[in-house]
Design a protein around this ligand. Structure first.
Ligand code: 3BY
Ligand code: FES
Length: 434
């Protein structure tokens, strides 16, 4: 279940040397004086020193979604991932766990692996061929005329890695937050029936958004803007943030349909012994989480124009297509949709203060055959379109934050999850700065 690493690397402490006291005090003030219920002050979206702080306080400290095991199914399979200046190798081991290594050669610092993914035995740096074992130990380093030197002192630095329900998480911290165990216990029973270990990658999309990573996350945490997603609106009920008391007349019919579909979904979950209750601990936990099972419109099966299945093969132990979506949000950088026929994982990897890589991966049953069981274009259509629309929204906000006219604006009630994300983020940074 869990594969942890020893001798982790820490970046704590570097801040003091690279940033002046005045700069630090200024940044701390920005966080401490944040107006609750409002979007952040512009520098928190645009400033390089804030980004540097986040790379320690958030990305250097917390558990981060890295990839699913479907992306590296065999021993020796790896992905390389960049979180700001950090570059990691996530390598599948013989025993089914993962080794997480800093992708920084111990000779003169070159990236050891340069491909985004692949399969390897030993890891050979392309510059002077220093060679490391899959555990990161330096096993070969020859240079003309060089005497023996202690290779034990030059292993690749290690970070932490763990696998839960087929999702791989990494942490760069010396001591990663302990409450992730409890969070994993929450989500494992929801995800287990979809069994990622018996899926394969149907498609992966990387988009670089010209926006700060927090704007990417904020956009994901609300559906107030979902009128801007015509394809998604076919299967996603447009009832976000509504309650019995607040349904406007023009949505009464769809609200009733949504309520009925949700009751039907609850009944099916009970019948199959699948957990159904919403868990929402987005800013009350160090590892913030929200997980819920939500019905889909139309046939209620998948993210298609009529809600009908997009792959003919059911996942894992499931015996029913009409299970809507099980959606999970994890702080700081990921979200997921689990349907009966496919899974979609999403992660934001910050590049710098104004650019973010958003990676979306579609997983189908490992015995599903493209062309027979699913059509790749149809499978990916809704979220490819939605992602492009979201990218445009994020980029408009980044432009706004860079403008002298920008002033933090209020989050609406239906944007409470955005506020929860921002609260979570602010608390974590303040803890770190303290
Ligand atoms: O990712 C979510 O859970 C929601 C649904 C669609 C867009 N997003 C805000
Ligand atoms: Fe890697 Fe020289 S930098 S072998």
């Amino acid at each position: 279940m869990t594969a942890s690493a020893s001798a982790p690397h820490t970046t704590r402490g570097k801040l003091a040397s690279s940033m002046s006291h005045e700069q630090l005090a200024e940044i701390t003030e920005l966080f401490a004086n944040r107006r609750k219920g409002y979007s952040l002050e512009a520098p928190l979206y645009t400033d390089r020193s804030v980004f540097d702080v986040e790379m320690q306080a958030i990305f250097g400290t917390h558990w981060l979604f890295a990839a699913s095991i479907a992306e590296i199914p065999e021993p020796g399979d790896y992905v390389t991932l960049d979180y700001g200046p950090h570059s990691l190798i996530v390598l599948r081991t013989d025993d089914g766990g993962v080794n997480v290594l800093h992708n920084v050669c111990r000779h003169r610092g070159a990236r050891v692996l340069t491909a985004a993914s692949g399969s390897t035995g030993n890891l050979v740096c392309g510059y002077h061929s220093w060679t490391y074992s899959p555990e990161g130990d330096l096993i070969h380093a020859s240079a003309p005329g060089e005497g023996d030197f202690d290779k034990n002192c030059f292993a690749l630095k290690r970070a932490h890695g763990r696998i839960h329900a087929g999702l791989i998480f990494v942490s760069l911290a010396q001591e990663p937050p302990a409450d992730f165990d409890e969070v994993a216990e929450i989500f494992e029973p929801y995800l287990a029936p979809h069994d990622i270990s018996r899926t394969k990658v149907a498609y992966q999309q990387d988009i670089i958004e010209e926006g700060n990573w927090k704007l990417v996350m904020e956009n994901n945490r609300e559906c107030y803007h979902c009128d801007g997603h015509p394809e998604l609106a076919c299967s996603l009920f447009p009832t976000w943030g509504l309650s019995d008391e607040t349904v406007p007349p023009h949505l009464e019919e769809v609200w009733a349909r949504n309520q009925k579909a949700q009751a039907d979904l609850e009944e099916r979950c009970r019948r199959y012994g699948m957990p159904y209750e919403v868990v929402e601990q987005l800013d009350t936990r160090v590892a913030g989480i929200r997980i819920s099972r939500e019905s889909l419109d139309g046939d209620g099966e998948s993210f298609s124009a009529d809600g009908h299945r997009l792959s003919k093969k059911l996942l894992g132990v499931l015996r029913d297509f009409r299970l809507g979506r099980c959606s999970m949000h994890l702080q700081p950088n990921s979200w997921f949709h689990f349907q009966s026929d496919h899974v979609i994982t999403f992660a934001a990897y910050p590049i710098n203060e104004h650019q973010t890589l958003v990676r979306t991966t579609w997983l189908v049953a490992d015995d599903a055959v493209e062309g027979d069981d699913y059509d790749l274009e149809q499978l990916t259509h809704t979220w490819k379109q939605t992602n492009l629309q979201d990218k445009a929204f994020v980029e408009l906000c980044q432009k706004g934050a860079a403008s002298p006219a920008y002033q933090p604006g209020p989050y609406m009630k239906s944007e409470y999850q955005v506020e929860a994300f921002i609260n979570w983020y602010t608390q974590r940074v303040l803890e770190h700065l303290a």
